[in-house]
Design a protein around this ligand. Structure first.
Ligand code: SF4
Length: 246
């Protein structure tokens, strides 16, 4: 959020600089062009300021102010790439920024009080959650898992089948996007690393996607794990209980 504010200030000071530049009598570029840039930068600054304030209020109040949703969406989508560049310049790791982005995104989805039927929910898991020595092709069909217990797939399939939640295992971002297109869920819960989650959230926008960051005790993309209690809580929070289904 701090970097979002810095990005906003950067835009605002750019507008002020251009304003001064426009007044300079020996400006190289035409005044009209510079004036157009100034007005654009000021409009964007105003838009992002509204979006930033709406994000902060949404997180604090834990509810979405629908008239401001458009501002929030545009602020996150358009400022995020700038935030990544500012973070790089300030020597803040991309992973840290991506993690913050996922947290903010999750809180915004939570504030929308999304609740859908279990059948309208899609859980996307990364292929690296499967035990590396397992030979069953669960990326083709999760039912190929023999639930031997050598990895967390057995537990995950146990509680998702009890709840009637569809599960896919994706070997990459493209397959994850294809799964979303094929199943057309109303909400997605995705388990992955910070980078894949942040790009997935942006790619599937405006579909609500809750990101659960995986654990990598043996390094990236190899025998990864997920906090099962947290995952169950997220799924339970999003899916309607059977008696509530209409
Ligand atoms: S639970 Fe066993 S069968 Fe299923 S994916 Fe993991 S190792 Fe393979």
């Amino acid at each position: 959020m701090g970097l979002l504010l810095i990005a906003l200030l950067f835009l605002f000071f750019l507008a002020v600089y251009l304003l001064v530049f426009v007044r300079y009598p020996y400006a190289i570029y035409s005044r009209t062009f510079a004036l157009g840039l100034t007005i654009s930068a000021l409009i964007l600054s105003f838009l992002f300021l509204c979006g930033l304030l709406a994000i902060v209020f949404t997180i604090l109040k834990k509810r979405t102010f629908m008239p401001f949703k458009w501002f929030m969406d545009k602020t996150l989508l358009l400022l995020y790439p700038i935030v990544l560049q500012i973070g790089r310049f300030m020597h803040i790791t991309q992973e840290k920024i991506q993690r913050s982005f996922i947290e903010v995104n999750n809180q915004l989805v939570s504030a929308r009080s999304v609740e859908v039927k279990a059948s309208e929910l899609l859980l996307i898991l990364p292929h690296c959650l499967q035990n590396d020595s397992c030979t069953y092709k669960i990326s083709h069909d999760v039912e190929n898992c023999r639930r031997c217990g050598d990895c967390q797939m057995a537990d995950i399939l146990q509680f998702t089948s009890e709840r009637g939640i569809r599960v896919v295992v994706a070997t990459g971002g493209t397959l994850a996007r294809r799964a979303v297109e094929r199943h057309r869920p109303r909400t997605v819960v995705a388990v992955a690393c910070e980078r894949d989650l942040s790009s997935g959230v942006l790619d599937t926008f405006p579909l609500p996607v809750v990101g659960v960051i995986n654990e990598r005790p043996q390094g990236p993309c190899y025998n990864t794990r997920v906090d099962l209690k947290n995952l169950q809580d997220v799924l339970d929070q999003l899916s309607l209980k059977p008696k509530e289904v209409t």
